[in-house]
Design a binder for this molecule. Sequence first.
Ligand code: MG
Length: 157
Amino acid sequence: MRIGFGYDVHQLQTGKELWLGGIKLSHTKGALGHSDADVLIHAICDALLGAANLRDIGFHFSNTDPKYKGIDSKVLLREVCLLIRNAGYEIGNIDATLALEAPKINPHIPEMQRVLAEVMAVPVDDISIKATTNEGLGYVGTEHGVNAYAVALIERK
Ligand code: MG
C-alpha cells in the first residue's frame, strides 16, 4: 500500500466558469487556469501521482502546452488513472477537501463523487469529498482563490 498527497490552488475571477470535482457550478466567480482550472481534480491527480512516485500534474501536462488549453480536467484525471494502473497499482480510496467561501459545496458533493468515480473507474464509496470555508481569512476568505487538498491510497496489483 502507498499513500500520496496533493494540493492545488487557483485564482477566482468574475466572469469565469467554476468547475469543481468534474462539474460546473453556477456562481458569480470562476477559477483562472490553463485548463478548466478544476482545483479539486488537480489535487486528486497529484495525490495519485505522488502515491506512485510519478512526479506531478505539471510534469505530465504542461500548463504552457496549447494541447491542454481549456481542457476538461476529467481527461487529465482519466490519463493519470491510466498511468497509475500501468505502473502496476490499483486505486484504493481518495479523501479530499475543498476550501472556498462560496458557493455552498455540500449539495453538490454526491454528484461530484458520482462523476469522479466514473472517470476513475472506482466505486463511489472510494471518493470522499469534504468542503470548508476559510472563515473569511486570507485569499480564500476574501474569495480571491480556492484551495484543494487530497490524499490517495493505491495498492500494488
Ligand atoms: Mg491546477
